[in-house]
Design a protein around this ligand. Sequence first.
Ligand code: NAP
Length: 526
Amino acid sequence: MTEPTGQMLIAGTPVSGSGEKIRAIDPSTGSELEPPFGHGDATDVERACTAAAEAFGPYRRMPITERARFLERIADNIERVGDALVERAHAESGLPVARLTGERGRTTGQLRMFATLLRAGDHDIPRIDPALPDRTPPRPDIRQRQVPLGPVAVFGASNFPLAFSVAGGDTASALAAGCPVVVKGHDAHPGTSELVGRAIAGAVADLGLPAGTFSLLFGDGPDLGIRLVTDPRIQAVGFTGSRTGGLALVAAAQSRPRPIPVYAEMSSTNPVFLLPGALAERGSRIATGFAGSLTLGAGQFCTNPGIVVAVDGPELRSFLDTAADAVAEREAGTMLTPGIARAYAEGVSRLAEHPAVQVLAQGPETDLPVAGRPALVVTDAEAFIGDESLQQEVFGSCSVVVRCRDAAQLREVAESLEGQLTVTVHAAGDDHAEAAELLDVLELKAGRILFDGWPTGVEVGHAMVHGGPHPSTSDSRMTSVGTPAVERFQRPVAYQDVPAALLPSSLADHNPDGLLRRIDGEPGRH
Ligand code: NAP
C-alpha cells in the first residue's frame, strides 16, 4: 500500500486520531490534499509512551548486530515505497522531485551509516582502567561503556520531509543508540510521514521487535508536543525548527520534576565573510555562487547564507552589483507552507522598513500561491552591531550585507555574532593573515567553518558538525548530522569492581567482539 490512509501509528497499530482534521496543502497550488489526518490526544501520547517504555528493555538488550539489521531494514522498506514516497513529499512540500530523490538517498544512507557504525562497535568506545592493587592508595577496576537514555521524542522538521523527519537523523541516531522513538510528525507533510512511519513499523514487525519501539503521532498545535516532552517516560528530545518552538520545548523539558536534554536545532543566519583579496580576485564568481546558494530550495535551509560581511570599497560594490542582478532575475520559489511564506514576507518587510537598511534587489513579482521572492538588503556595520534584530533569521532567500569600514570593524562584526551552525570565509592567499585572526573569533561562534564554498549542503559523515552555540542549537556540544549524533542519546556508566561474570561483553577482559577500546587510555582492539 503506497497511499497514505490518514492514520497515526501507535506501537504498530494504525490509529485514526480525533478532533479537527489536519490537511496537508500542496503549496504549488494552494489546494488541500487527501486524506485528512486525525490528531492525537492525551490518551494517544500515554499509549505511545507506555509502549515505548515497555519496548526499551528488550530493544536495548538486543544484540547490536540485530539493531544494525533493523536500521538497514527500515532503509530497505523506505526504498520499497518507491516513487510514491517522493511524489507525496513533492505534493506536500513543493520541493522538486530531484531534490527529494536525493533526500531519500540521504535518509536511507544515514540509516545504513548508523548500521555500519553499530557493527564496528564505534558508537561506544569502552574504557578500561584495570585495578592497581599495589598502588597507594590502591586503584579499583573501573570500566566504562555507553548505555541508551530511554524513549526519545522526535519532532519532524518541515524543510526536510525525509532526511530530518520521521526516519531522519534524529530517529536514526536515537534508534542506533538503543532508544525507542515516538515521532511527532510535522503537519506540513502528514502523508509522507505516514508512509515513512509504516516503513519503520514494518521493519519493527519484520524483525519481531517490541511494537513500542516506534510510534508516530500528529498534533494540533503545541499541546501534543508539550505533553510528549513532559511525559515522564520520555528521556530526550530531538527537534529541528523555529527558535520559538525549540525554546518552548527546552523550557518544558526543564520544568519537569526530572529534566531531560532537548537537542534543538533552531535558527542560524550563517554569515559569509568576503575578505578583500578574494573580492578583488574573483568577486564576480563569488557573487554568482552566493546568489545560487541563497536561492537554492527557496532559501529554506538551516544553512542558508543570510548575512554577508565585507569591507566597503569598489570591489564590494562590484560584488553587490553582480549579486543584486542575479537576485533580481531569480523567480520566486514555492515555499513549504503558507505560514512559512507569510513569516518570510514579514521578515523581509521588517528589514525593508528598518531605517538603517536599504533594499538592493528583490526577485520578480509572482502569482505563485505560496512563494517567497528572493531579497538582498544592505546595512552598515555600526547599525548591525547596535541592533540585534538585524541578525534574526529570515527563513527563506533573504540576505543582509553588512558593510564594514575596515578589517578591524569586520572583526567587531564577527565578535557581535550570535551562535551559528556555519560561518564561511572567502579568502585569497594574501588574506591569510586576516583570515587567521578572524578564525580565532569564528571558532567560538559556529559549529562549522568553511572556506571558499557555500554553507548549503551538509555532508553526512564522521567529521561533520551540524550544531553550534545558542541560538543555533540548544546544546553546542552536539551535532545532529553524522555518526557522532548518536552520542546525544546515550550516557556513560562506570562499572567499578564489578565481578567479571557480571560485566557486559564489551567490557570483558577477552574482548570477544574485537571492539576498539581504551585500556588505561591506550586505544586498540585489545
Ligand atoms: P516550528 O513552528 O518550530 O514547528 C516545528 C514543530 O515544533 C511542529 O511540530 C510544531 O508543532 C512544534 N512546535 C512549534 N512550537 C511549539 C511550541 N511552542 N510548543 C510545542 N510544540 C511546538 O517550525 P516550522 O513549522 O517548520 O516553521 C516555522 C518557522 O520555523 C519558519 O518560518 C522558520 O523560521 C523556522 N524553521 C527553521 C528551520 C531551521 O533549520 N533553522 C527549519 C524549519 C523551520 P505544531 O505545528 O503542531 O504547533
